[in-house]
Design a binder for this molecule. Structure first.
Ligand SMILES: [Zn+2]
Length: 457
């Protein structure tokens, strides 16, 4: 069956980065962009080049290093911004200039202090200029959902005539309701000449908790691109959450028969990497990737889960990349399993780096027996920061590495009953905590670094 393909436009690095406490440096942005590439995002909005030199550099380095996804740079509707965005995108295999201009009366009057006529002209000119540089041009009428509909239609028609290939309809202030938003998309499709030649996009904020619902309503009304962010980060209450949109379509194809190119198993690693880089944790009850998303604590739920996971689980943890709780790091598979767990936490290493991490890991595993994700992340950070002494790692055990009994990062109370009832087709059920690497390596003194290498196959 042919399902319409939805373009996933990730704005974690632009709108997401604008959220308080989420700023990232160039290296961090590049690392996250590489993860977004693995995740399968179609478009990566890498930044707002004129906003700062750091933003410019980030867009430039992401554009130069990623070949598959489209790389977008944001620009206000003026020549200087568009030129700067284009400059940053020079190395891109597939560049996109994303031009925006507010169109609601409240923004025109109080923020921009321009008339509707001037707004229309400015939008048209900026898109025309962008189009003279780049074939792929997106236009966003900021605050579209509070814009007079007739005027919005006029602006959209003008930018399409000027060469825009994607028209994004932002619910900038998170004010819209799902039926209202889908009506708006439908109205544009009915009234705007040339709209069937361009991709309509959603960009919904979460001020009323409706960002995902509105985005899905937009898709049902004919939008074919969704702008969203990992962990739903973004201005104020955030953007539509990428993982929620993707999984809503995947779990309910009967209602949302659309395809995306997102690799589900990279959702959790992407979320973890973002949380680690920004040090902004994910709320425990966050859908899809929160640490309680697959936890079952109430007795009746545990009972149901053990009888059949389908009683309380609509998707498996594995389908979104939550680590396989049954993964046990043993003496012989240890190094490979460690690499896999690192990957699940959003870290991929060259062989040499992995050697060092593994070396420290076994020392640590020997000391504390059970290495949890939080320990592993500390260790990875230590290695990354060039903190070389392994005695240092173990020496800080009491301080940096809590004892093995510390709170599990991924509590799944049902796991306690574990083992016997395993239903392999649905791995959600039983077994050890997903957040715990279950490391109990029978480690003895004869271990040497040479053996680390031998295990690395
Ligand atoms: Zn936004």
């Amino acid at each position: 069956m042919d399902r319409p393909r939805i373009t996933i436009f990730d704005t974690t690095l632009r709108d997401g980065e604008q959220s308080p406490g989420c700023s990232m440096n160039v290296q961090e942005k590049l690392r996250l962009a590489q993860q977004l590439d693995r995740l399968g995002a179609d478009v990566i909005e890498a930044g707002f080049p004129i906003a700062s030199d750091g933003d410019f550099e980030a867009v430039q380095s992401i554009a130069a290093s990623l070949r598959r996804p489209i790389i977008a740079g944001l620009a206000r509707a003026c020549t200087g911004d568009v030129d700067r965005a284009w400059q940053a995108l020079q190395g891109a295999a597939r560049p996109r200039i994303h031009v925006f201009l507010a169109t609601s009366d409240i923004h025109l009057r109080y923020k921009l202090r321009i008339t509707r006529e001037k707004c229309l002209e400015q939008a048209r000119e900026a898109v025309r200029h962008a189009k003279s540089l780049c074939a792929d041009v997106e236009f966003s009428p900021e605050d579209a959902t509070r814009t007079d509909v007739a005027f919005l239609c006029q602006v959209v028609e003008a930018v399409i005539a000027a060469g825009a290939t994607t028209v994004n309809i932002p619910d900038t202030v998170g004010y819209s309701m799902p039926e209202e938003y889908s009506y708006l998309i439908r109205t544009l499709r009915e009234r705007v000449a040339g709209i069937d030649k361009v991709t309509i996009s959603t960009h919904c904020h979460n001020d009323l908790g409706l960002a995902v619902a509105n985005s899905l309503a937009g898709v049902q009304a004919g939008a074919r691109q969704v702008e969203c962010a990992i962990n739903g980060i973004g201005e104020r209450a955030g953007n539509a959450s990428l993982e929620e949109i993707v999984m809503a379509m995947r779990v309910r194809p009967d209602r949302y028969p659309y395809e995306t190119a997102i690799a589900g198993e990279h959702l959790y690693p992407s979320s973890q990497m973002l949380a680690e880089i920004t040090r902004v944790p994910v709320q425990p009850n966050k859908a899809i990737i929160g640490r309680n998303a697959f936890a079952h604590e109430a007795g009746i739920h545990q009972d149901g889960m053990l009888k059949n996971p389908l009683t309380y689980e609509i998707m498996t943890p594995q389908s979104v990349g939550v680590p396989d709780s049954r993964l046990v790091l043993g003496k012989h598979s240890g190094r490979h399993a460690l690499a896999l767990r690192c990957e699940q936490l959003g870290h991929q290493f060259e062989r040499r780096e992995l050697d060092e991490i593994y070396r420290r890991f076994v020392v640590l595993a020997d000391r504390i027996k059970k290495v949890q994700d939080s320990h592993l992340l500390e260790l990875i950070q230590d290695v990354a920061s060039g903190n070389v002494s392994s005695s240092d790692v173990t020496g800080r055990q009491g301080k940096k590495f809590p004892p093995a009994a510390a709170t599990l990062p991924f509590p799944r109370a049902v796991s306690a009953a574990a083992g016997a009832n395993a239903n392999d087709s649905h791995p959600a059920q039983i077994s050890g905590s997903a957040g715990q690497a279950s490391v109990s390596i029978p480690f003895t003194d004869h271990h040497s670094e040479q053996e680390d290498y031998l295990w690395g196959v």
